[in-house]
Write a protein that binds this ligand. Structure first.
Ligand code: FMN
Length: 245
């Protein structure tokens, strides 16, 4: 099933968010034995480019029978790694962060999930600060200072989604940067999806954005956005169908 037929069948609008939002976490329907996929939205804007890409991933995964939990980092109160070193205590070392704040249950969920999706707009060439802070909490406990091995509680497929103003030919994106190394070592090679030359605002005429041509943006969007969303849908479906769980 492609994205359009899924939306038609399920009656979900293109930018609708499914489920019930509770403290930044959107819970989807749960049934026993469903594959569980956690989506981390590291962008601040609801229903804009990153959120829409991630919603398409969620719809693709749900179309293949997965249970999806979407976490909106900007709705949550948490810190990056505070260097408490609790994850490296002798006899009590843990590869899940021990610090108890709003992120603790999310990190616990990821440790038992069957797939992980990380999405962020590109800010100054990198992922957002919220995403970076989240990644510190996710990955520092994976790293052993005894032998420098990197081990997640569970290996699972990972999808990295970025959206940006840049084009495929001209962009400054480092993607997930140095964190990609940790993710690859712990989980395996991640799949990557990028949506380029996104619409940053709905009406360019209202802003001091003379460096962009709205017409050129519109043209790009007409030629690419549906395809980007479809690729996101397919990536979600593929993750839910993968047999490596
Ligand atoms: C603070 C800030 C910094 C940005 N830096 C970059 C950048 O370095 N490279 C780029 O291509 N786009 C940059 N952008 C544009 C966003 O990445 C792009 O509009 C993205 O699709 C926004 O995602 P959203 O619609 O989900 O918020 C920046 C936007 C903001 C607000």
């Amino acid at each position: 099933m492609d994205r359009r037929s899924f939306l038609k069948k399920s009656g979900i609008g293109a930018i609708a968010v499914t489920g019930l939002a509770l403290g930044g976490i959107i819970y989807a329907k749960t049934e026993k034995n469903m594959k569980k996929i956690v989506i981390i939205d590291g962008g601040p804007r609801r229903n804009m480019n990153t959120a829409q890409m991630l919603e398409s991933v969620a719809q693709g995964a749900e179309s293949a029978g997965a249970e999806v939990k979407t976490v909106r980092l900007y709705d949550m109160d948490y810190k990056g790694c505070i260097s408490c070193m609790a994850c490296k205590l002798k006899g009590k070392a843990s590869n899940v962060c021990k610090y108890k704040d709003a992120l603790a249950p999310v990190l616990e969920d990821i440790s038992q999930a069957d797939g992980l999706v990380l999405g962020s707009p590109i800010y100054f060439g990198d992922v957002t600060g919220q995403m970076r802070a989240f990644l510190e909490r996710l990955t520092f406990p994976w790293l052993s200072y005894n032998d420098y091995s990197i081990t997640a509680p569970k290996r699972m497929p990972v999808l990295l989604v970025t959206t940006m103003n840049g084009t495929p030919e001209r962009n400054n994106s480092n993607g997930f940067g140095s964190m990609e190394y940790c993710i690859t070592a712990a989980m395996g090679e991640p799949q990557k999806l990028a949506a380029y030359n996104t619409y940053q605002v709905k009406n360019y005429g209202n802003y001091e954005l003379a460096g962009f041509s709205e017409e050129a943006k519109q043209q790009w969007r007409n030629g690419h956005w549906e395809e980007d969303l479809q690729k996101a849908f397919e990536a979600g479906r593929k993750m839910a169908e993968t047999k490596t769980f």
